[in-house]
Design a protein around this ligand. Structure first.
Ligand code: DLL
Length: 433
């Protein structure tokens, strides 16, 4: 089913005209109502009236994650706070969260974009969606929830974790559609096997997986083990969480909701806009958001755009499955973590040296694990073990509360972590995704 055939199957030229109109409105609104953008555009010597064609977007300066940090918490609002109805955040580079602020209009738009994604994978109002993305500040839970409601489907807001209950509900409630991270899907498959639940006997037939990198190989494993069709869904807190783009039943690239989010691919070094088909950094301008529109936001995600006609009938541009990032952000069980955040915590903790290594792995249970090896001061290392244990526990707790991840802490003897003459290798990622 195509949720909104007018928007999703519109002839390209017609859509371009619509995008231009929405872009012009967005730039005008941001210029008029948001001091950050007024200043930015003034400094670049651009007035909203200068945007006369879609190509003119290239004249607008990029917005970066650092700028989101500098304007925290409300600096990007283009409306009075009383118009903001929901706020989400995810972690920023140095512990200052990135904020997503939505007006009623934006929530409706988000609901529609997530509903279109669900429908792309074949879901209808007759489906039961078991939503295993985390509810709360993370956009995954509520994003799929808004989408499921807009689609008219039955949504089970089970959230992340509690695996036995997940299995129970799949069985008892006739769940047809599972939404969670791809690594958790594999974990569930294994847990089902261990619990003696034959998923072939259940109604589960599809899943929408995202929020972290995954591969074709993982797709094959998920499809085989869960006996479902597995679809890739993409999004980010800064834009709208899940719903920005999704695969249709052709499973060949993710359709971007182009009438809501205007995508560009740029050369990450020069900032130059690259033609469709060329790989580079994905940049989005929100052209239908009123609360905190973003102009040319650099996602740091690497992919390319392609526009060949799709057998599903949608005319929207597609992105290739995400091909990596051009920064050092790690995604650990769906949680975004920057090594700089860990470094900041270490610097503020007494008794530790600034020599550390982060080891990320994905072991037998398909879930990510993270170990932090950090050198301690000479005086402490030779001290009694009770003190070491206290430091270890304290550090694990701080990391858990600030970054939301469970970390195995290994305190190391001074000078035991290999020194490098060049760029230190802080992160060892052993996951074979
Ligand atoms: O992860 C939103 C989301 C929730 C998407 C549920 C899909 C499903 P953030 O926490 O802000 O938002 O993380 C955004 O996660 O820039 C990508 O690097 C990565 N990411 C998201 N979806 C995918 C995907 C949510 N399908 C960051 N494949 C993005 C690869 C993904 N990476």
């Amino acid at each position: 089913m195509i949720f909104n055939p007018t928007a999703e199957c519109m002839p390209t030229e017609e859509r371009k005209a619509l995008q231009l109109k929405k872009l012009q409105e967005t730039v005008s609104r941001a210029y008029k109502n948001c001091a950050f953008y007024k200043d930015k555009l003034d400094r670049a010597g651009i007035k909203p009236d200068d945007i006369r064609s879609l190509e003119d977007i290239a004249r607008i300066p990029f917005t970066t994650k650092d700028e989101l940090r500098e304007t925290y918490p409300y600096g990007l609002l283009s409306v009075p706070l009383s118009e903001i109805k929901e706020i989400h955040t995810s972690s920023g580079t140095t512990g200052i969260p990135v904020v997503g602020a939505y007006t009623e209009h934006d929530l409706k738009m988000w609901g529609e974009s997530a509903a279109r994604c669900l429908a792309m994978t074949g879901a209808t109002r007759d489906d039961v969606i078991q939503n295993g993305y985390g509810y709360g500040l993370f956009t995954g839970g509520l994003g799929i929830h808004h989408g499921g409601r807009t689609l008219g489907a039955t949504v089970i807001p089970i959230s992340a974790g509690n695996t036995p209950r997940h299995l129970q509900m799949i069985k008892d409630f006739g769940t047809t559609t599972l939404t969670c991270t791809p690594s958790y899907a594999l974990y569930l498959a294994e847990a089902a096997q261990e619990a003696g639940l034959d998923l072939k006997e259940t109604k589960l037939c599809r899943g929408l997986f995202g929020a972290e990198p995954w591969s074709e190989n993982m797709r094959l494993q998920i499809e085989k083990r869960l006996n479902i069709k597995a679809y890739d869904i993409y999004g980010l807190t800064e834009i709208v969480g899940p719903g920005v783009a999704c695969e249709c039943t052709e499973q060949h690239g993710l359709h971007v909701q182009e009438d809501f989010f205007y995508p560009e691919i740029i050369d990450p070094e020069t900032g130059e806009v690259l033609p469709e088909g060329e790989k580079g950094e994905l940049v989005f301008t929100t052209i239908d958001k009123t609360g905190a529109p973003l102009l040319r936001y650099r996602t740091k995600d690497i992919t390319y755009l392609f526009r060949e006609p799709c057998a599903c009938g949608r005319t929207t541009v597609r992105i290739h499955r995400l091909m990596g990032r051009n920064d050092d952000m790690l995604i650990i069980r769906g949680v975004n973590v920057f090594p700089s955040q860990i470094e900041e915590i270490l610097a503020a903790t007494k008794g530790l040296q600034p020599h550390y290594q982060i080891i990320v792995d994905r072991t037998g249970n398909h879930l990510d694990s993270i170990e932090l090896r950090v050198e301690v001061d000479e005086s402490i290392f030779s001290d009694e073990t009770k003190k070491m244990e206290a430091i270890r526990q304290n550090l694990a707790e701080i990391i858990k509360s600030r970054l939301g991840i469970n970390t195995k802490i290994t305190l190391m003897e001074p000078k035991s972590i290999e020194r490098s003459i060049g760029k230190a290798q802080r992160v060892i990622d052993r996951r074979k995704i």
